[in-house]
Write a protein that binds this ligand. Sequence first.
Ligand code: ADP
Ligand code: MG
Length: 380
Amino acid sequence: MFVTPGAMLGLLGGGQLGRMFTKAAQSLGYQVTVLDPVPESPAGLVADNFICADYADSHALLELSAHCVAITTEFENIPAASLKKLEKVCVVSPDANSVSIAQNRASEKEFLVENNFSVVPFVIIDNTETSVKINYASFLPGILKICQFGYDGKGQRRVNNSEELKAAIDDLNREICVLERLMPLICEVSVIVARSSDGELVSFPVSENQHVNGILNISIIPARISTELAEQAKDVAAKVAERLNYQGVLCVEFFVLEGGQLLINEIAPRPHNSGHYSIDACFTSQFEQQVRVMCGLPLGNTDMHSAAVMVNILGDLWQKGEPDWGYVLQQSSTKLHLYGKLEARSDRKMGHFTVLGETADMALSKAIEIKDHLEEHCKG
Ligand code: ADP
Ligand code: MG
C-alpha cells in the first residue's frame, strides 16, 4: 500500500529544505500543505496550501492532520509533543522519538554513547551541583554549545581556558550546554541515508564539507577520502538509522581525525545542506527520497551521474548590490538555486549553486572561480 500521487502531504517547517521538498513532491504529482509560523516562508510560498501558525497550535495541527495523508518535517526543533499528537491520527516520519533525540545535543550524545558510537570528548554543563564540580581542563580548549536551537554555528563559543569558559557560560545565559574538546580535524564528511518503514535503507555518496565560522561553505562530492573510510562512514550512518528505528531521511555529520578515525559530530533528522548536491548530481535527490519514504514508495537510486561541488550563497553577498547571477547562469555545468527569501541578512542561507564535473577536483576549481567572481562583482 502506498500513498498515490495527487494526495496531500503535510510538512512542518517552511524553510529552504521544505521548499526543495515541496518541489520534489509536486513534481511527483503530490500536493503539499506547509505549516510554519512565518507568513512568507520559502516553502509556504510554493506550497499548495499554507497554514500560518505556531508549531504547538492544536487547532493548526488538527487542520494539518485532517488534510494530509502523511506528514514529515524539515526542521528539527518542531516540539516533540506536536509530532506525538500527529502520530495518533496520521503517518508521521521521522517519528517524535528520533526528532526529540536529535533536537537536543545532550540527548543526541547520550544516545550515541549508549549505542557505542564514537563521539568527541564532551561534558554536559547544566549548572547543577555536580556540573559545577566537574574538572573541565580535559575539555579545553573547547567549544561550548547550547543544547537546543543552535544552528549554523550559532549558540556556540570557542573557549581556551576556564576564565573564557566561565564568561561563555554567562554569555549563553547559563543555558544547558555541552562542552566539547576542540578537535584537530583532517576534514569533515557527512552521509545522508534514507530508511523506509520496512527497514530498506539506501545511502548517498559521502560529502566532504568545509565550514567557515561554523557555517557550511562548500561540499565536495564524492569526498576525497579513501574508499574504506567512505564505506565505514556509510556503515556507521546506516547503524545510527537502524538503532533509531528511523523512518525518513537522516544526515550523520562526521569529524575525520588523523589516521582516519571517524567521530560522529551530530545527526539531523531531515534532509541536510550537505545533500543539496543530490538534486543535480544524483538519479534521486534527498528530497525526492523523503517523499518516497513518507509515501511508502520504493526508494530511488542514489548513484551520482557526475561529481559535484555545492557552494552556499549567504546574505553577505548582497552587501554591494544584487549578485551577478548572469555569470553563474552562463556556466554550462552549473545549477543555481535561490530560496525566495525576501531579505538578505548576513550569514543567512539565501541559495546555493552546484557545479557538476568529471571529477570532484575539476568541479571544485570551477566552483571557486564562480564564487570568487560573485564575491568581486555585483550588478551594482
Ligand atoms: P551546527 O549545529 O551549528 O552545525 P556543529 O556542532 O556541527 O554545529 O558545529 C559547526 C562546525 O563547527 C562543525 O562543522 C565544525 O567545523 C566546527 N566544530 C564544531 N565542534 C567542533 C569540535 N569539537 N572540534 C572541532 N571543530 C568543531
Ligand atoms: Mg553541524
